[in-house]
Design a protein around this ligand. Structure first.
Ligand code: FES
Length: 171
């Protein structure tokens, strides 16, 4: 009975060891920059679902839309900045609070409440004459093809908090 013993020569051992160590180091060189490049994309946004106190007391909200502005920290990849957000806020006849995005759904200009003398009781976009009813629904046959987005909101200690603006389900 002969033993089929395979021995590893010193040269082979060094080859295996150096190849293994080299591969490990090469993987580190490739994976680290790759992870740095895509990490911000994989990060869950800490702002998602957050609400901001927009410094407007609920008792000060009337039936007349008023513009409120606030700042949020925005992280875009590696770039952090303060971004100004805005909303048109009012109370419906039944007291429900409505907070509309001021961003026109045509090409993104800012709409104003009663921004045109020709169209009272409407939001008006000066860029191409886009019009919206007070509810934020777009007036048919004007450039916007959808109504203004609606902010999620909540009330805490009598103050209005706004979250993300969501596209409306068309009425
Ligand atoms: S951007 Fe508002 S109507 Fe065109």
């Amino acid at each position: 009975m002969s033993e089929d013993k395979k021995s590893v020569s010193r040269r082979q051992f060094l080859n295996y060891t150096l190849t293994g160590a080299g591969g490990f180091m090469a993987a580190g060189l490739i994976v680290s920059p790759l992870r740095m490049a895509i990490d911000p994309v994989l990060q869950k946004s800490s702002a998602s679902g957050d609400y901001t106190n927009v410094k407007l007391a609920v008792e000060d909200i009337t039936n007349e839309p008023q513009r409120v502005e606030w700042k949020i920290d925005q992280v875009d990849g590696w770039y952090e900045s303060k971004v100004t957000k805005a909303a048109w806020v009012y109370k419906k006849e039944n007291g429900d609070i409505v907070a509309l995005s001021p961003i026109c759904k045509h090409l993104g200009c800012f709409v104003s409440w009663e921004g045109s003398d020709d169209y009272p009781d409407e939001f008006y976009c000066p860029c191409h004459g886009g019009r919206y009813y007070k509810s934020g629904v777009n007036v048919p046959n004007t450039p916007p093809t959808a109504g203004l987005d609606i902010y999620e909101h909540k009330v805490e200690n009598g103050m209005l908090y706004l979250g993300k603006a969501q596209p409306r389900e068309e009425e």
